[in-house]
Design a protein around this ligand. Structure first.
Ligand code: URP
Ligand code: ZN
Length: 466
């Protein structure tokens, strides 16, 4: 064998087992108790052995709303790896975010595959994003092309000036997604309501960060989620609600799933753990993300939904915008949206989820890895520790307690929204296709190791997502 990981507790969807994991040619070849010879033997020493995380929502090195990150695909993939992530699903949009040149989704995929292919230390895939709907036939044709190329997923904005899709165009995309076997996601916020609220606050001179959540109360998300669900049911397609933040959203997804609709939801560490009182802080602008942070009761509803199966995906929505760009804005509505966090993905999910009894270890594996693999066409390469799958593995020291301090992290950014949190459970080793990326907490991976992961969805496999 190339590599054997012994003395670990291997986490599978069906339970936790003591087994040695053997790797050959970058793939897992066996799990069992037999002692095997190998070029490299890793003694996991009773720690947890998990499939590498698949970050279902990542914006590595991406400028947004005029703000430019310092992050590159190299540094962004390194911080992801430190967060236990072995595959990022990033985004390919129609326009270059700096020059606004129209590249098409396929053009952006090719551009990003080249950059990430040279710089990334972990594997990557893309969701397509369409924002120009002036020729819908061209959009639908390109959707087909993107799926054939190997990226069977899309995310569309129901909000943001110049980016939002109309209901009819979303319905057309959902119809096409059913025909071609794609999964469409939505950023669900009602743009008209939000725009009206923003205008009202700004006219009243209410420009501080605390007006950001007030301009987009829970119902702004809930209305858009309900509309997206109705459109998906009408088109007999599936849909996923990206970065869901509200207890009302949980109710709507639960009701839809109870009547058998193929509705999935994703949430993020920030919506599980942070609350809207943070907007009152002097650095409140750093928490301006969309949807906004909510209340404790929303956090808890999302944790319950994650445990019960109504939230199936856990993504970072990592947006590496510098604090300088966020704090410089004169009003909450001019603050570029998004905040970084991929490096804390696994520590937050383990510490706040498993360690506090909110989710089980097998459920952690489903929401952070297996479900994204199934919904976004990475199955059966990624998402499980099982023979035939890529040897993407994380060893988690589930007893290691550490305070979050920006200076200890690897994200190329000047703030972290969990500064000072004490988290239990940190990755100590991260392996991508059998190659060590992080060893004893140190980076050993090389830029250019990461490869595009192209595939297709399997309708029968998707039915098993819960
Ligand atoms: O505030 C956020 N989430 N910014 C990133 C773009 C998006 O909506 O995903
Ligand atoms: Zn979004």
């Amino acid at each position: 064998m190339e590599l054997v990981i012994k003395n670990g507790k291997v986490v599978m969807p069906g339970g936790v087992f003591e087994a040695n994991v053997a790797v050959m040619n970058g793939k897992i070849v066996s799990l069992g108790k037999t002692e095997l010879k190998a070029d490299k033997i890793v003694d996991a020493g009773g720690k947890l052995v998990l499939p590498g995380l698949i970050d279902s929502h990542s914006h590595i090195a991406q400028p947004f709303q005029g703000a430019l990150p310092k992050e590159t695909w190299e540094t962004g993939s390194v911080s992801a790896a430190f967060g236990g992530i072995t595959t990022v699903i990033d985004f390919a949009a129609q326009f270059d975010p700096i020059t606004y040149e129209k590249l098409g989704v396929m053009g952006d995929i090719k551009r990003k595959e080249e950059i990430a292919g040279k710089q990334s230390v972990i594997d990557f895939a893309f969701h397509g994003i369409f924002v120009d709907f002036s020729d819908m036939n061209a959009v639908l044709r390109e959707m087909e092309e993107v799926v054939k190329y190997g990226y069977p997923s899309f995310k569309e904005f129901m909000t943001y000036l110049l980016l939002a899709i109309s209901d009819w165009n979303l319905y057309l995309m959902l119809n096409k997604s059913r025909e071609v076997g794609a999964t469409v996601g939505v950023h669900a916020e009602n743009y008209s309501l939000e725009e009206g609220m923003v205008k009202k606050f700004v006219e009243e001179g209410k420009k501080e960060p605390k007006y950001h959540p007030l301009s987009k109360p829970n119902l702004v998300e809930a209305e858009a989620i309900q509309r997206a669900i109705i459109l998906a049911e009408w088109a007999k397609s599936r849909i996923y609600i990206a970065h869901m933040s509200t207890k009302e959203g949980v109710e709507l997804v639960r009701n839809a799933r109870m009547r058998g609709a193929a509705i999935y939801a994703e949430t993020c560490p920030q919506y599980l753990t942070l609350t809207d009182d943070l907007y009152e802080r002097p650095d409140g602008a750093n928490f301006i993300i969309s949807p906004p942070l909510r209340k404790k009761e929303d956090n808890e509803a999302l944790w319950r939904a994650l445990a019960e199966g109504y939230v199936a995906l856990y993504g970072s929505d990592h947006v590496p915008l510098p604090s300088e760009a966020k704090m410089a804005a004169k009003s909450f509505n001019e603050t570029p949206n998004g905040a970084p966090g991929n490096e804390l993905m696994l520590p937050i999910l383990y510490s706040e989820g498993v360690n506090k009894g909110r989710i089980t270890l097998p459920r952690l594996v489903e929401v952070s890895s297996l479900n994204a693999s199934k919904l976004f066409g990475l199955y059966p390469k990624k998402g499980l520790i099982a023979p035939g799958f890529d040897a993407d593995i994380v060893i988690l020291d589930h007893k290691l307690k550490r305070k979050v301090r920006l200076e200890d992290l690897h994200m190329d950014i000047d703030y972290v929204n969990w500064e000072g949190w004490e988290l239990t459970g940190w990755p100590t080793m991260v392996i991508s296709r059998g190659t060590l990326v992080i060893e004893e907490g140190q980076l050993v991976g090389k830029p250019g190791h990461g490869k595009p992961v192209r595939g297709k969805t399997d309708e029968e496999i998707i039915k098993t997502v819960r």
